[in-house]
Design a protein around this ligand. Structure first.
Ligand SMILES: Cc1cc2nc3c(=O)[nH]c(=O)nc-3n(C[C@H](O)[C@H](O)[C@H](O)COP(=O)(O)O)c2cc1C
Length: 204
């Protein structure tokens, strides 16, 4: 195996979701490289439906984190969850987002995607855009790891698209898909088990 091949596998294998950061800031050129790596992802028809909102100010991070926390609390209370546990989870979520030096909101735009008259193809086209944004996000996570950064994809915006749109005054058609917290790691990250290839594959 060549050196570059083994380096790539090492980066893939060693990446972990990192949720706590040491507080040091990310140099702009590092952030730029990581974002450029995201834009090198494959996408359906090469339409590149990903859009990014990069949040660096404490004020914006806090206000977004608080808004997402409120929505989480509302949803969990409606589910009948224990209020004490909800409070702890909301506090943890707010802390994770506010304490990340950089927060990237991964969004999707359908503006360049194909338009179809029937539900089946409308849904397929939309799913292709979601898949493309996910690929960009994975590139971003791997590039971040290669740069010595930690990162974690959080799904909260998906449950509060309206709220994120409003908080960030997103351009028309930008649909929030997820939120990536980014910074220099203050934890090693847990090694989460993976299913074996044979468990998740059918060979024919
Ligand atoms: C679509 C998606 C949504 C996720 N949402 C969250 C989340 O809301 N909160 C969180 O702490 N981690 C979230 N994660 C991170 C996963 O928990 C993590 O990737 C998984 O446990 C495997 O751990 P690893 O990334 O360290 O290998 C999400 C990951 C993906 C791909």
């Amino acid at each position: 195996m060549s050196e570059s091949t083994s380096t790539l596998y090492r980066i893939i294998q060693e990446r972990r979701s990192i949720r706590r950061f040491d507080g040091s800031s990310i140099p702009p050129e590092v952030l730029q490289r990581v974002l450029e790596a995201a834009t090198m992802a494959p996408s359906a028809h090469n339409r590149q439906p990903w859009r990014f909102v990069i949040i660096t100010t404490m004020e914006d991070k806090r206000s977004l984190a608080n808004a997402l926390g409120e929505r989480l609390a509302e949803d969990r209370l409606a589910d009948g969850d224990d209020p004490g546990q909800i409070e702890r989870d909301v506090a943890q979520s707010i802390e994770r987002i506010s304490n990340a030096p950089v927060v990237v909101i991964g969004c999707l735009s359908m503006e360049d995607m194909d338009i179809y008259p029937d539900e089946r193809r409308i849904t397929a086209e939309y799913n292709m855009a979601v898949q493309s944004v996910s690929m960009a996000a994975q590139n971003l996570l791997l590039a971040a790891h290669a740069e010595g950064l930690g990162a974690c994809w959080l799904c909260a915006p998906l449950f509060a698209k309206d709220l994120v749109r409003e908080e960030l005054s997103l351009p028309e058609g930008w649909e929030p898909q997820g939120l990536i917290i980014l910074g220099y790691p203050a934890e090693a990250g847990q090694g989460r088990p993976r299913r074996l290839v044979d468990e998740v594959s059918i060979w024919r």
